[in-house]
Design a binder for this molecule. Structure first.
Ligand SMILES: Cc1cc2nc3c(=O)[nH]c(=O)nc-3n(C[C@H](O)[C@H](O)[C@H](O)COP(=O)(O)OP(=O)(O)OC[C@H]3O[C@@H](n4cnc5c(N)ncnc54)[C@H](O)[C@@H]3O)c2cc1C
Length: 473
């Protein structure tokens, strides 16, 4: 059966890959000239890559790891030491580490927390540990119920000292959803903590060995095309066309795709249709008839959060740390020296820092120069030795990638707004990290949603629910 998919981000590509595995023929239509959506990357005129986001793969990503295995590209994941490393703003140039020993979960996590005495006092650890007991005992059910609270409210409710939030969870919250603990839903942090504490390698991190576009999206495309499917770039879906003669059976009759370079628009027909677009453009494209439906109305509660990815190339090495770093700076979230962490960006003499600027709502409208200037001022605090004295580090060049609406902003109450992959429209499905799956807005969530959507479409075909099946396109 033929399936038209709008969007070649990880969700759209994963959906297409799993449909191919099930013997169906996907045609993926991507608006831009680049694969990957929020993992898209570009090469500049010097041959250096820059990316939409600094991306980390976790041990707690079973569907993503399975996908790497299925594509036979597991060696492209560069696993790092099992640690979490934080800058110490009060002693610039130093780091505090949570090192996970080789013990079963949750003992490795508990040991990592107990052995770190820079950031948390014993009383903080005990209060926090007690607060986590319901999540550990009742699991995901409890975690979902906490969606009514922000993480700050949850900490307060459990009488956990404000120091715990300040020292650890501002950084974690910014890393997970680009917002602060007073905005983020408690469900997000508790989901991550649960995975990290319940799975031995849950918090172990890997970097991809090159750009996600080339090293992850391209093998997906190769698999899709080898199975008879297609991925077309510069093919923006403009409109969902509805079958007015047969609205109850196969309500969607085609995707109207804008023609490239002045050519006329085309209609792509298929047996089933998928939106793998982010939620913000999807909301704008909903046909008026659908907007009345409760299922689609709930999408109004979801909106992408702004974030900025900053890349800075220096004339010398700033650090030899081969890992993700939590900056704990008010301006920045996580960062990494990609010249150490990623094989394709490797350089033994010069650093390339990739830094996530979040929360970004006050910065998204500012110029690249203003963003670089503010980032450099923060770096002078993080690496004081390199930016003072006779020969301070020189910035050679930079790239800034702004995403005004990235992953959905996971404030309290959002879980209720997240839609299932199956919609009330028989031959129309959704996929994307914002759709309901247990991994929130992440690469793992996108890949899992793609797989769930492919399974839902296969059941729809198997059920024989569709009457007249479309041909060609
Ligand atoms: C700065 C940053 C850092 C991140 N860090 C991490 C991390 O460390 N770990 C992690 O797991 N996740 C991380 N994420 C989140 C992760 O990137 C996303 O959750 C995931 O990539 C979303 O995939 P998706 O397919 O759901 O959506 P998208 O990637 O947004 O894909 C949607 C696609 O639809 C296309 N599209 C839109 N409109 C149309 C149209 N009309 N017609 C056709 N195509 C259309 C878009 O161009 C895009 O390609 C990060 C994100 C950002 C922005």
């Amino acid at each position: 059966m033929r399936v038209a998919i709008a969007g070649a981000g990880l969700a759209g590509l994963s959906c297409a890959k799993y449909l191919t595995d099930l013997g169906h023929v996907p045609i993926v239509l991507e608006r831009r000239d680049v694969l990957g959506g929020k993992v898209a990357a570009w090469k500049d005129s010097d041959g250096d890559w820059y990316e939409t986001g600094l991306h980390i793969f976790f041990g707690a990503y079973p569907n993503m790891l399975q996908l790497f295995k299925e594509l036979d590209i597991e060696d492209r994941l560069q696993w790092k030491e099992h640690s979490m490393i934080f800058n110490q703003p009060e002693s610039p140039g130093t780091y505090s580490r949570f090192d996970f020993p080789d013990l079963p979960a949750p003992f490795n996590g508990v040991m990592a927390i107990l052995r770190n005495n820079d950031m948390l006092a014993w009383s903080d650890k005990i209060r926090f540990g007690i607060g986590l007991i319901p999540a550990m005992i009742q699991g995901q059910k409890y975690v979902e119920e906490q969606d009514k609270y922000s993480f700050s409210q949850w900490l307060e409710k459990h009488k956990i000292p404000p120091r715990v939030e300040k020292e650890v969870f501002i950084a974690m919250s910014k890393a997970l959803n680009f917002i602060n603990p007073d905005e983020i839903s408690a469900t997000v942090l508790l989901t991550a903590l649960n995975r990290f504490l319940q799975e031995k390698s849950g918090s172990k991190m890997a970097f991809l060995d090159g750009s996600p576009t080339e090293r992850l999206c391209q093998p997906l495309v190769d698999r899709i095309t080898a199975g008879g499917g297609e991925v077309r770039l510069l093919a923006p879906v403009k409109k969902f066309l509805l079958d007015e003669n047969n609205p109850s059976k196969n309500p969607v009759s085609g995707f109207l795709v804008r023609g490239a370079d002045g050519s006329s628009d085309r209609v792509i027909e298929a047996d089933a249709y998928v939106s793998a677009m982010p939620v913000d453009p999807l909301k704008l494209m909903l046909p008026p008839e659908w907007r009345e439906m409760e299922y689609f109305q709930k999408l109004e509660g979801l909106e992408g959060v702004p974030v900025i990815n900053v890349h800075l190339w220096f004339d010398c090495k700033l650090t030899d740390i081969d890992h993700l770093l939590f900056s704990r700076s008010p301006l920045l979230s996580v960062y990494a020296d990609m010249s150490n962490t990623c094989r394709a960006y490797e350089n033994s003499d010069r650093s390339m820092l990739e830094l996530v600027l979040a929360p970004a709502k006050d910065w998204i409208g500012k110029s690249d120069e203003e963003i670089v200037e503010a980032t450099m001022a923060e770096l002078e605090k993080l690496f004081p030795d390199h930016f003072s004295g006779k020969s301070p580090a020189q910035l050679l060049k930079y790239h800034i990638v702004k995403t005004p609406r990235s992953v959905y902003k996971a404030t309290p109450g959002r879980q209720l707004c997240r839609p299932s992959q199956v919609t009330p429209i028989a031959n129309f499905f959704l996929t994307g990290d914002y759709t309901m799956q247990r991994y929130l807005a992440s690469m793992e969530g996108a890949v899992l949603s793609g797989k769930l959507t492919a399974q839902a479409i296969a059941s729809y075909f198997d059920s024989g629910d569709q009457s007249t099946l479309a041909v060609g396109g």
